[in-house]
Design a protein around this ligand. Structure first.
Ligand code: ZN
Length: 482
C-alpha cells in the first residue's frame, strides 16, 4: 500500500488569500487590479530567475524584468517537452511526476509532500500535467467559496438552514483529472475533521463514463442537494427527472467543462426546479470565471490574465470573438504559465454587465460537443455523453486529436487529425476501447469504422468538435440530444 501523504495546509496562507480575494471582490478595479499587478511582478521574477525554461526564453538584455507583453506565447506541447526545466522548484521532474501519477491510489495525495498534481483530459489536444502549489489551491478555494455562488458575496458556500449540503460530483474518473483530484483533496481535508462529522459536507464522486440508468440509480441512492457536472450530463439527468425516472431534490446545479446553451439551462432549471450556476475553468486554471445573477461570466482578473488573440496570436479588440486566448496564471509560481495558449474562443463584452460587477464580463464559445443517441439491438435509445466517449478513447487508446462522428444510430466513424502517428494502429486501440465502452452501455452491436477524410470543422469558429452527429440527411436516422 502506498503511504498516504495529505497536502499541507498553512492556515495563515489560506486566511490571507481568502481576505485578499474578498477585498478584491469589493473593489475589482482598485484593490483587484493592484493585487493583479503585484502578483504579476512576483510571477515574472520567479519565472525568469528560477525556471531554466523561462530563463532561456528571457526577452531582451539587461537586468530589468521583461514586461508580460514582451514574453513569447507558449504552447502546452512545448512545456510538456521541457517539463524538467519548467518548474521553479527544481525537485519537480517528469520522471517523478509520472511515477506518482502511475499509482491511482495517489489521487489527492501530496507529490513531493507539498503539491497536488493533475492531468488534463477530455477536452482538447495533448494531455497536460499541472502541478498545483499551496498558493494556487488556496486561491481556487477562495474563489470557489466567495464567487462561485454568483458574485463577490459574503455568503457561505452552503446554506445555513436545513443541515449540510450533499454534493454529487459527476465527472470523468479513472485518472488524475483536475476535478476528481480536487474532490479527493477535499475529502482528505474532511478526514482531518473526522471527529466533527457534523461540520463536514458530504461529497461523493460518480463516474460519468457509466450508463446513465446506473448513474441515475446511484445518484438517487446518495440523495444529493447539489449536483456538480458537465452541461450535457446535467441535461440528460434533467430529462430523466422530467420523465420521473429520477427524483432528486436539488437546491443547486453547478456546471462547467463544456459550453452551456440557453436551452440546456432552461431544461435543467425546469426539471430540477433550482438555480443553475455555470462557471468557466480549465486544467490550467481551475476557476477562471464565475456566473452572475444575469447569467454572465465574470473573469477573476485578480488571479489570472486572459488575452484574446487571433490565429496569429495578435490581440483582438474588446467585443470581437478570439481564435484562442493567452492565459497567465497569477496564482502558481511553482509551474509558471505565462501567455499560455488555450484553444477556447471568447470575447470581452465591452459594455460590461447589467449586474453591476466590475469584474470583466466575458462570453465563451465552443466546446459544445453532441450527446449521441444510439440504438441497441431492441431498437431502444441509449444516450452517450460526449465527454464519456472522448475519455474512453483518450484513456483507452492514448490518442487526443480525433473526431467521433455518429453516422447512423448503430454506426460510429472515427477520424484523426493530420499528423496522427500510425493512424491504423491508433484506430485499432481506439476501436477496442470503444467496443468495451459500448458493450458496457448495452450496445455491443454498434459498428466502429475508421474515416479517412479530415475531421469536420465548425463553420463559425473553425473549432474541432470531438464528438458529433454527422450533419445532413443522416440527422433523420440518428439524432443528437441537444
Ligand atoms: Zn454580471
Amino acid at each position: 500500500m502506498p503511504t498516504r501523504a495529505p497536502l499541507p495546509m498553512n492556515p495563515w496562507l489560506w486566511s490571507r488569500t481568502l481576505g485578499e480575494t474578498h477585498a478584491a471582490g469589493l473593489d475589482p478595479l482598485g484593490t483587484g487590479v493592484r493585487q493583479r499587478d503585484a502578483r504579476l511582478a512576483a510571477l515574472l521574477a520567479a519565472a525568469f530567475n528560477e525556471s531554466p525554461f523561462y530563463r532561456q526564453r528571457r526577452p531582451g538584455r539587461g537586468t530589468a524584468l521583461p514586461r508580460l507583453d514582451q514574453v513569447a506565447p507558449v504552447e502546452k506541447a512545448e512545456l510538456m517537452q521541457h517539463f524538467d526545466d519548467w518548474a521553479t522548484d527544481r525537485q519537480i521532474s517528469r520522471a517523478g511526476v509520472d511515477a506518482f501519477l502511475r499509482e491511482p491510489a495517489h489521487l489527492g495525495d501530496a507529490y513531493l509532500g507539498r503539491y497536488l498534481v493533475w492531468t488534463s483530459s477530455g477536452t482538447t489536444g495533448e494531455p497536460g500535467i499541472f502541478v498545483q502549489d499551496e498558493q494556487s489551491l488556496a486561491a481556487f478555494d477562495a474563489l470557489d467559496a466567495l464567487r462561485l455562488h454568483g458574485g463577490p458575496a459574503t455568503t457561505l458556500p452552503w446554506p445555513a438552514w436545513g443541515g449540510l449540503p450533499r454534493y454529487a460530483f459527476v465527472a470523468a474518473t479513472g485518472g488524475h483529472f483536475a476535478g476528481v483530484a480536487s474532490i479527493a483533496r477535499l475529502q482528505r481535508m474532511a478526514d482531518a475533521f473526522a471527529l466533527m462529522p457534523w461540520l463536514v459536507p458530504k461529497v461523493q464522486t460518480f463516474s460519468v463514463q457509466q450508463p446513465l440508468a446506473e448513474l441515475a440509480l446511484q445518484l438517487q441512492a446518495f440523495g444529493p442537494t447539489v449536483l456538480i457536472t458537465y452541461p450535457s450530463c446535467a441535461d440528460a439527468l434533467a430529462q430523466a427527472q422530467a420523465e420521473g425516472a429520477l427524483q432528486l431534490a436539488l437546491s443547486e446545479v453547478w456546471l462547467g467543462g463544456e459550453q452551456l446553451s440557453a436551452e440546456q439551462r432552461t431544461r435543467i432549471r425546469t426539471a430540477f426546479g433550482c438555480r443553475v450556476h455555470n462557471n468557466y475553468g480549465s486544467s490550467e486554471f481551475y476557476a477562471m470565471a464565475w456566473e452572475c445573477a444575469e447569467g454572465c461570466l465574470h473573469l477573476n482578473h485578480d488571479w489570472l490574465i486572459l488575452e484574446p488573440v487571433d490565429r496569429q496570436l495578435h490581440a483582438v479588440p474588446p467585443g470581437e470573438v478570439s481564435h484562442s486566448v493567452l492565459l497567465t496564471n497569477l496564482a502558481n509560481r511553482t509551474q509558471p504559465l505565462l501567455r499560455y495558449r488555450l484553444s477556447d474562443s471568447l470575447r470581452f463584452l465591452p459594455g460590461g454587465c447589467a449586474c453591476g460587477s466590475r469584474f470583466p464580463a466575458i462570453e465563451v464559445q465552443g466546446r459544445a460537443d453532441h450527446t449521441l443517441v444510439l440504438h441497441d439491438a431492441q431498437h431502444r435509445e441509449v444516450k452517450l455523453l460526449p465527454l464519456a466517449l472522448a475519455t474512453a478513447i483518450e484513456e483507452g487508446a492514448q490518442v487526443t486529436r480525433f473526431q467521433l462522428l455518429c453516422t447512423a444510430p448503430d454506426r460510429l466513424e472515427l477520424r484523426f487529425e493530420a499528423g496522427q502517428p500510425d493512424p491504423d494502429a491508433a484506430f485499432g486501440r481506439a476501436r477496442a476501447a470503444l467496443h468495451t465502452f459500448l458493450a458496457g452501455h448495452g450496445l455491443p452491436g454498434v459498428r466502429v469504422v475508421q474515416g479517412h477524410a479530415p475531421p469536420l470543422r465548425s463553420g463559425r469558429s473553425g473549432k474541432l468538435h470531438r464528438v458529433l452527429l454527422q450533419p445532413g440527411p443522416t440527422r433523420r436516422r440518428g439524432r443528437a440530444a441537444p
